[in-house]
Design a protein around this ligand. Structure first.
Ligand code: LLP
Length: 415
């Protein structure tokens, strides 16, 4: 099922016309499809049936409570990287025992709260973090379940900003040193070693790097077993790519089938931390054309969404499809779709062949992952609304920010 499709010349989100959503909630607005989120989650969960597993949605990709709640109702786990994400998951009805806590900079407070609620596992990224976790767990009189995030030194072949598994990256523990660090972890009284974790990058469009990383992790698991350290789960992170344009990323089911084949006969549970592949194509950013500006060199469509709403094109030169909500039967021009922000980098797309008029609605596709979550208030712009479509129903899962809210926490100097 395609979540966003044209019907009688108008773009729909499931059973609702996007023009009706713009009418009711104004623009810019993020629109998500519940059915698509559910289908993408199930592709992982179904491929893992019959073996112990956790599918931990990477909250950083889309942390809206409504979205998290849809996943929590399906029994999803969650991959978090901050105290804030932990509180969101709990508020959305997620089970603490299905949370894995990743990230290179966990504070003592983060650790304390996560131990109190009883997360499934800490993905530890350095020796110092290990020692700190031991201390905090000892203070609370509990044992912290840990995996080490190892850096398998494989090239994910993706954009340098989102590639994380090479030696030069800040993430994880060098696989050469991992054995020694595991030995240290096993000595610490308030830690309980349960897993091995890795995450090599995002938007991967082939399986080879994942399978290379898996081989290296399995060698480590065997070496650890020889030392009497028994690993219960492998966490392979997230990273599966999606189609933005003409990429042909592997399906979750095919990926998991390969992994299952490779670990057959071993007593290992599997954990995945998918973000983008669950939500990217479940969302669009709906925006309206404010002005058309034709210069000698270029045609610009100035829209009401900007880089503060969706920073991926500006930050990663990401190409995201931009389509008309009600296509016109008229001559097209190559438009640069730009926002109102005072920066040349403020564009959503360049050279897009479109037939446009002032007031037209556009949908930026594949915006469900790393869209709203990376938005800011730059140029004192309130953040967009978010709505979740479920069949014929539309739920406002985050209302538009008001201008008063933007500086409510600020103050003037005393007289
Ligand atoms: N696990 C860990 C430890 C991660 O760091 C990430 C993403 C994930 C899981 C989820 O990866 P995914 O399945 O979404 O690829 N803002 C960038 C993407 C940054 C990804 C950071 N880590 C973008 O817009 O492309």
């Amino acid at each position: 099922m395609q979540p966003f499709e044209y019907r009688d010349g108008a773009l729909f989100a499931e059973g609702v016309a996007l023009s009706a959503i713009a009418e009711r909630f104004d623009t810019p607005t993020y629109v998500y499809s519940r059915a698509h989120i559910e289908a993408q989650y199930r592709a992982y969960a179904d491929a893992l049936t019959g073996m112990p597993h956790l599918v931990c949605f990477a909250v950083k990709a889309n942390s809206n409570l409504g979205v998290l709640n849809v996943l929590a109702r399906l029994g999803a786990g969650f991959d978090i990287v901050s105290r804030g994400e932990l509180e969101r998951v709990l508020a959305a009805g997620g089970e603490p025992g299905k949370i894995v806590f990743s990230g290179v900079g966990k504070s003592r407070d983060d650790m304390r709260r996560a131990l109190q609620v009883g997360v499934h596992c800490f993905n530890v990224e350095s020796v110092d973090e290990l020692e700190r976790l031991q201390q905090v767990a000892a203070e609370l009189g509990v044992k912290a379940p840990v995996s080490l995030r190892v850096n398998p030194d494989v090239d994910a072949g993706t954009h340098p900003y989102i590639s994380t598994g090479l030696k030069e990256n800040k993430f994880g523990i060098d696989i050469e040193q991992a054995e020694a660090v595991y030995a240290r972890a096993a000595e610490l009284s308030h830690l309980h070693v349960i897993g091995v974790d890795c995450h090599i990058g995002s938007q991967l469009t082939t399986l080879a790097p994942f399978l290379d990383a898996l081989e290296r992790l399995l060698v480590l698991v065997d070496r650890l077993a020889e030392r009497g350290i028994h690993i219960k789960h492998l966490d392979l992170g997230g990273g599966l790519g999606v189609q933005y344009r003409d990429e042909q990323p592997p399906l979750a089911g095919d990926y998991i089938a390969k992994v299952r084949e490779r670990i057959a006969g071993r007593d290992l549970a599997l954990v995945f931390e998918p973000g983008r592949s669950i939500v990217a194509n479940a969302g669009v950013l709906l925006t309206r054309v404010e002005y058309l500006k034709h210069t000698e060199h270029k045609d610009f469509a100035i829209v009401d969404a900007a880089m503060n709403d969706l920073i991926r094109p500006a930050l990663y030169q990401a190409w995201m499809d931009i389509v008309p909500v009600q296509p016109r039967d008229a001559t097209t021009r190559p438009y640069d779709i730009v926002g109102p922000i005072c920066e040349t980098g403020d564009f959503l797309g360049k050279d897009r062949e479109l037939a446009l008029a002032e007031g037209d609605l556009l949908a930026v596709r594949s915006a469900g992952a790393y869209g709203f979550v990376m938005s800011s208030n730059y140029n004192t712009r309130g953040r967009a609304a978010e709505v979740l479509v479920d069949g014929e129903q539309v739920y406002e899962v985050r209302r538009r920010e008001t201008l008063a809210e933007l500086y409510a926490g600020e103050s003037l100097l005393p007289d």
